[in-house]
Each structure stands twice: as structure tokens, then as C-alpha cells.
Unconditional design. Structure first.
Lengths: 357, 307
């Protein structure tokens, strides 16, 4: 009964938060002198209006799904991996080396690049993980520091080691090694399919296997899990590695499927966005896929909105940020004893009215 | 000689924003509020400080407004964590996403798509009479912007406040054991709100310092992890104002060193030098180990009715 109510809140709160955020977004548009109705309409058209637009939305959703699954998996085990961005970048660096330097092309290059990306991301997750369990350090700060280190390392790669020409960027992944599109005329690739399947695999792993149960047990109460004889620290390290590997895989998918080259600003902000989406999706891997789709739609539509109404694209960033601010506050509110008592009182009164009548 | 004196100058200059932000976090954590949203608070403080300074031409007004907006934004965090008992870490993260988005939105709305960077005049240094004439140290330490002196005074005050003053000890009690503090008649909720006001203001000032006293323009991502390095400085400084000063000077030194090395060396990609502060933070945190020395009730929600 109580569990049912909680999961109900887990759906209602994010939906209400999205509506509220869109409302505030509309008010901001109004203040900027734009017609919010027209702006919202062009936003929707930009995201879903045509076959290519839907393709762009799905392509934009792909990296977001990976980083949100990364954040989700680690948080389920009670560790806060804020290093998704760094792990994502390390994955893309590994992928660019496989596709540009080894000389392998075609499908073998793709498979190898994806694997290398996952390994590189996993390694970048292993570092904060091992520091957390051996030195007991705050994994949030450390994983964020590794984000900056990875971003700078990527800078070395595209301004120096693999620089191609006068512009600071790498050469493009050769055509035959790029991830193929699922449907011609739509920008999204098989990377999107991998992301969605991965989401379901993680769901299955976390909720239907005994290892997943143990991981969640560590996340819910690490002391109790330890007294049950679960190797808590091993699971924490493992979840860091797996979560890093998810992000790293995302990085190689993004490189092979969408961006094709490393350049300034690659993956900027994806890590924190992933954390936001995982939290809005109540740490449910399947739900976070939908949240990522919503975020991607906002981004894909924002360009059309800007062209049509002059509202800057950063309005969509504000809307996204408001969704997370409202969702977290709303979930906390729904768990407050005063609030649940208030709901119970109302339900009770209504029951009385019904029986009285 | 000039390498060393430049290094010392830059160390002080780079340590000051960290110091403001880290002291803000100290005030927050001493009341049990673990605020990891510092990066966001500094970002919005930085933008508003720059914008106000750009409009009015007054660096002081810029810093003041940076502080005010830091307080305003941090009140969202305060309400959600104190009143709604939201998880501190999760909500801090939400603020880290919200505040920079707000900052870049305001910047784009105000300046449009113009590519040329708008610039402001930086705050001028003021020499302290007599002291600034001491050979070598004088021009380095006593000919700085007033913000440097202010930061040092704040360190001294904070140190005395938390160790000697009755009100400071009461304040600390809220972070150690809020229920015991409440039975002694200390206003727990009020103290927690006060801590968020102080933290927001100081983080906002730290951000505004970067645009009004350090670089004369605003660029997205100019905080560059300083909010998180400041968090590390609080841990490294073992929750004491003096310790935080040393930690911030150390991290400031790493930052200064990397800038100097970038200038001095040719052939090595500059990004490797830029990694130094981040690697130093990881190493510093790893070296001190995980002994929990902070306030006992940090990060825990305070519910009055619960027994």
C-alpha cells in the first residue's frame, strides 16, 4: 500500500515538475517579448514535427541516455558518481584512437572502438572508486576532478597529438567506421538502439538478479548489507567501474555516431545532465530513458524555437534545470510526515463523507 | 627572483576566491548543511558581479550584488533542505545545474550573440602604509586589492567566532547535535537559515571576485571546478578557518604554478599544466584519508517532531 503510493508520487512529481517548468519557461518567453504559444509550438515542431526532426531528437537523446544510466547505476549502489562526463570523454578518446590510429576500419573498428570506449570509461570510473574504498574519500569531489583532467586530456588530443590541420580538432572518423543509421533520412544511429537495450539490461540486472539485489541493498543501507555479509566495498568499486563503462561506451557511441571528431566543447555538461535525468527518473533505468528523450526534445526543438521566435536556446536549459529543482523538492515534500499525514486526513475525511452520505 | 615573486603574487590572487567559497562552506557545514552547490552559487555570483560592474562601473557594487544573488539562489537550497528535508547532496547537485544555466541565460539575453567580449575595469590594489614598504614581502603581500585584506580578516574572525565566542559555539552545536542544541534554547532552524545566507553570500563573493578582481571578462565555465576544490579545501583544512586558509593557499599555489609553468615552458601541451590543481586536489584528499572530522550532524535532516 505504502509502496504503491510512493511509486505513484514517483510518477506524479516529475510530471508536475515538467509542467511547472514549462509554465515558468513560457512566462520567461513572455517577458522576453515572444509569444509563448508560438514558441512552445515551434519547440514541439522542432522536436517531433517531421521525420528528420524526430531523428535529431533521438540522436541527441543517445548520449544523454548513457550518462543518465551511468549516474543511475552508481547511485543505486549508494555511491555518487559525478564523473560521468570524464568517463564519457575517456571513452571517446579511446574510440578516436582505435578508428584513426590502428588502421582498422569497418565493423571490426566499430566493435573494437565501442569496447575500448567502455574499458577506458570503466578505468576512469575505477580511479575514484578505488580512492573511495581504500582512502574513504569523498567520491563526488574526486570524480569531478577526474572530469576536468579528462577534459584537459581531450584538449591535448585535439590540439596536439591527433590535431588535423590548423583548426584545433581531430580528423573525422572514416565513413566506413561510423555507426550506421537505423532509418535513412533520420539522424539517429544504432547507438540509440544500444542505449535503449542497455537501459533494459540494467533494469533487469538491478531488479531481477541476486547481484543486482545486493547492489541495491548496499545502496539502501550499507551497514545492514555489511552485517549480512555482502562485500560492500567490492560492490561499490564494481558499481563505479560499471557506471564508468556505461558512460565510456556512450562516449564512443557519440563519437562514432554523431560527432565523428573531438573538438572543443565535446560532451560539455553531459555528466551533470545525466545526474539530473537519473534523479528525475527516480533512479529507474527505464524511466531515465524517457526523461532523456524529453531533455533531448527540448534541445532539438530549441533551435527551431530560436529561429521562429528569437527566444534564445538557453531557455531550454533553464526549463531543464527547473525540472530537476522542482522534482527533487517535490519528492522530498511527498515523503514529509506532515504531508503524508495531510493526505491521509483528506482521504479519511472523504471516506467519512462517502459513508455518511 | 621575478619568477618567485610573481608566483607568490599569483598564489595569493588565486587563493582568495577559493578562500571565500570555502569559508562559506565552513559556515554552512558548521550548522550541519553540506552544500555541494558552491560551484553553481559561484557561477551566478560571478555573472551578476560582472554584469553589475559592467553597467555601473563599480566593482564594489558588483561584488555586493554577487553576494546578494548568491544568497537569493541559496535560499532555494535552504528551503528545500531545511523545510522539505531534501537530501543535501542531491539538492546541491540540482543547484549546480540550475544556477549556471541561469547565469548563461542572463548573459545571453543581455549581451545577445555578440562575439566580442565585454570588459570591465578590475578592482585596484591598495597599499597598506608602512607595511607595503617592507622590502620584498611588502609589495607582494601588502599591496593587494581590498578583497585580499577582507578575506584575511574574515579568516581571523571566523577562527575566533567558532573557538572563542559563545554565539559561535552555539552555532557549532547546531551542526553537531541539533536536538541537544534545541533543548538549550538555540534556534536550530534560524541558525541553519543564517548559515545558508552566509554560505550563499560568500560563495557569490568568491565568484564575483573572479570577474571583478581577477579576469576582466565573464566566460562560461569560468569557475572551473573551484566550487568543488573549495569543498576539498574544507576537508583538507579540517573544518577550521586557519586550516582552510592553508589549504586554499596550497590550491592557489598549484593554480599559480601551472600558469607560470605554462608561460615558462614550450613544447609541452599547456593542458598538462592546467591539470595540476585538479590532480593536487585528488592527491591532497587521498593523502589525508577518510577520517570523519566534520560536524557530526552534517547532511542530516532536522525534524523537530522526531524523537
Amino acid at each position: 500500500m505504502k509502496k504503491g503510493k510512493q511509486s505513484l508520487a514517483g510518477v506524479i512529481v516529475p510530471v508536475l515538475s515538467i509542467l511547472l517548468a514549462l509554465l515558468i519557461g513560457a512566462i520567461i518567453m513572455l517577458c522576453l517579448g515572444a509569444n509563448p504559444g508560438l514558441a512552445m509550438k515551434s519547440l514541439a515542431i522542432g522536436a517531433f514535427g517531421s521525420k528528420p526532426n524526430i531523428g535529431t531528437t533521438l540522436a541527441k537523446a543517445t548520449p544523454l541516455i548513457f550518462t543518465s544510466l551511468c549516474a543511475c547505476f552508481a547511485y543505486k549502489c549508494g555511491v555518487f558518481n559525478l564523473g560521468g562526463e570524464g568517463q564519457f570523454i575517456m571513452g571517446s578518446i579511446a574510440a578516436i584512437y582505435v578508428t584513426l590510429v590502428t588502421g582498422i576500419t569497418g565493423v571490426p573498428a566499430m566493435i573494437l572502438a565501442l569496447l575500448a570506449g567502455a574499458v577506458a570509461g570503466g578505468f576512469w570510473g575505477f580511479l575514484p572508486g578505488i580512492l573511495k574504498i581504500t582512502r574513504g574519500q569523498n567520491e563526488m569531489i574526486i570524480s569531478i576532478m577526474f572530469n576536468y583532467i579528462a577534459t584537459l586530456l581531450m584538449g591535448v588530443v585535439y590540439t596536439n597529438w591527433l590535431r588535423d590541420g590548423s583548426v584545433p580538432q581531430t580528423a573525422s572518423v572514416p565513413k566506413e567506421s561510423q555507426l550506421p543509421r537505423v532509418i535513412t533520412g533520420m539522424r539517429f544511429t544504432w547507438g540509440f538502439v544500444i542505449a535503449v537495450i542497455l537501459g533494459f539490461i540494467i533494469y533487469y540486472l538491478l531488479y531481477r538478479t541476486s547481484a543486482g539485489f545486493k547492489i541495491r541493498a548496499v545502496g539502501i543501507n550499507s551497514t545492514a548489507a555489511r552485517f549480512n555479509g555482502f562485500p560492500v566495498r567490492k560492490y561499490m568499486l564494481l558499481s563505479f567501474i560499471v557506471s564508468g563503462a556505461i558512460a565510456g561506451l556512450g562516449g564512443s557511441v557519440e563519437l562514432l555516431g554523431t560527432q565523428f571528431r573531438l573538438i572543443n566543447g565535446f560532451a560539455s555538461g553531459y555528466g551533470f545532465d545525466g545526474v539530473a535525468m537519473a534523479l528525475i527518473g527516480q533512479l529507474n533505468p527505464v524511466a531515465t530513458i524517457f526523461v532523456a528523450l524529453f531533455f533531448a526534445a527540448l534541445r532539438a526543438g530549441a533551435t527551431t524555437m530560436q529561429a521562429a521566435t528569437g527566444v534564445p536556446t538557453s531557455v531550454s536549459d533553464i526549463i531543464q534545470a527547473l525540472v530537476i529543482v522542482f522534482t527533487v523538492a517535490g519528492m522530498a515534500l511527498s515523503k514529509l510526515p506532515e504531508f503524508t499525514a495531510f493526505l491521509q486526513r483528506r482521504a479519511h475525511r472523504r471516506e467519512k463523507e462517502v459513508t455518511g452520505a | 627572483m621575478s619568477f618567485v615573486s610573481n608566483l607568490i603574487l599569483a598564489t595569493v590572487r588565486m587563493a582568495i576566491p577559493l578562500l571565500f567559497i570555502a569559508l562559506g562552506e565552513l559556515y554552512s557545514e558548521r550548522a550541519g548543511m553540506v552544500n555541494i552547490g558552491l560551484e553553481g552559487l559561484a557561477a551566478i555570483g560571478s555573472l551578476v558581479g560582472f554584469l553589475i560592474c559592467f553597467i555601473t562601473g563599480s566593482t564594489w557594487l558588483g561584488i555586493l550584488c554577487g553576494a546578494l544573488v548568491g544568497v537569493a539562489v541559496n535560499m532555494i537550497y535552504a528551503f528545500a533542505t531545511i523545510q522539505l528535508c531534501a537530501n543535501h547532496t542531491v539538492y546541491g547537485m540540482a543547484m549546480n545545474i540550475f544556477a549556471p544555466a541561469l547565469a548563461s541565460f542572463i548573459y545571453r539575453v543581455y549581451f545577445g550573440k555578440g562575439s566580442d567580449l565585454s570588459q570591465i575595469t578590475l578592482m585596484k590594489g591598495i597599499g597598506i602604509p608602512v607595511l607595503k614598504d617592507i622590502p620584498f614581502i611588502g609589495p607582494l603581500l601588502f599591496n593587494q586589492t581590498p578583497m585580499v585584506y577582507l578575506a584575511i580578516l574574515l579568516v581571523i574572525f571566523t577562527s575566533v567566532f567558532f573557538s572563542k565566542m559563545r554565539s559561535g559555539l552555539n552555532y557549532r552545536a547546531v551542526g553537531e547535535n541539533p536536538k541537544a542544541a534545541a533543548t538549550l534554547g538555540i534556534n536550530v532552524i534560524g541558525t541553519k537559515y543564517l548559515s545558508c545566507v552566509l554560505c550563499g553570500a560568500l560563495a557569490g563573493i568568491g565568484g564575483a571576485y573572479l570577474t571583478t578582481c581577477y579576469s576582466n571578462t565573464y566566460t562560461e565555465g569560468n569557475i572551473a571546478g573551484r566550487g568543488f576544490i573549495a569543498l576539498a579545501a574544507v576537508i583538507f583544512g579540517r573544518w577550521s578557518a586557519g586550516g582552510i586558509l592553508i589549504a586554499c593557499l596550497f590550491f592557489g599555489f598549484c593554480d599559480a604554478l601551472q600558469i607560470r609553468l605554462q608561460v615558462a615552458s614550450i613544447g609541452i601541451p599547456y593542458q598538462f599544466f592546467q591539470m595540476i590543481p585538479y590532480i593536487a586536489t585528488v592527491l591532497a584528499l587521498s593523502l589525508i584519508g577518510g577520517k570523519k572530522l566534520g560536524p557530526k550532524a552534517a547532511g542530516k535532516p532536522y525534524k523537530k517532531e522526531e524523537r
